[in-house]
Write a protein of this length. Structure first.
Length: 200
């Protein structure tokens, strides 16, 4: 999955320049929530905050645009109660969002828009036990609103995003701190993101 995501993004960067094609950078805050684990033992996760930063390639004409990005996302100090034992771990992800954007109106300076699409995430943790409990990749749905603001030759893209976990984020059977877990349901990861992009 890592190689596929990287090749897709590099291929977009090498595409010939077209009208409305734009390379940009973006960064922001993420407010993360992971669903609790129920099964033979319980695990309760607290909400956490973090940041993300990355590149995107915007390609489109008229009211519709396609945007593909590659982002590094970090979530620090996720508190979890593991069947009465308090633990904390860090979480990082490589996110590849594929957004289809629809412009709602067009003025010379400001263009509000909505967008949606899938996000492929590759999670990891510096804690070996938690890293081994994570799936190799996860799929989410991505919905949001934004505004394109023209400033000279650049454009600003302030956005509000909601990322909804679709696939399992952690394995159905894993071990943390010598405690074995067997989950009844898929454990998912959702996020609210505030992001500011700059297109060149």
């Amino acid at each position: 999955m890592k190689k596929i995501a990287l090749l897709l993004f590099v291929a977009l960067l090498w595409m010939p320049s077209q009208t409305m094609a734009q390379l940009g950078i973006a960064a922001g805050m993420n407010f993360d929530e992971m669903s609790d684990i129920s099964g033979d033992k319980e695990a309760t996760f607290e909400n956490a905050t973090g940041y993300h930063v990355g590149l995107y390639y915007d390609l489109g004409a008229g009211p519709i645009a396609l945007r593909i990005g590659a982002f590094y996302r970090e979530v620090s100090d996720i508190e979890v109660d593991l069947d009465g034992i308090d633990e904390a771990f860090d979480l990082t992800m490589i996110d590849v969002p594929i957004d289809l954007r629809l412009n709602l109106a067009a003025t010379p300076i400001i263009k509000p828009y909505i967008f949606g699409g899938p996000v492929i995430s590759i999670p990891s943790s510096s804690d070996d036990a938690y890293h081994n409990a994570l799936e190799s990749f996860a799929v989410s749905g991505n919905l949001g609103v934004g505004i394109s603001i023209k400033l000279g030759s650049m454009r600003l893209f302030p956005e509000l995003r909601y990322v909804i976990g679709v696939s399992r984020f952690m394995k159905d059977e894993f071990e943390i701190g010598n405690i074995s877990f067997s989950a009844d349901e898929a454990q998912r990861h959702n996020s609210v993101m505030l992001r500011l992009g700059i297109g060149f």
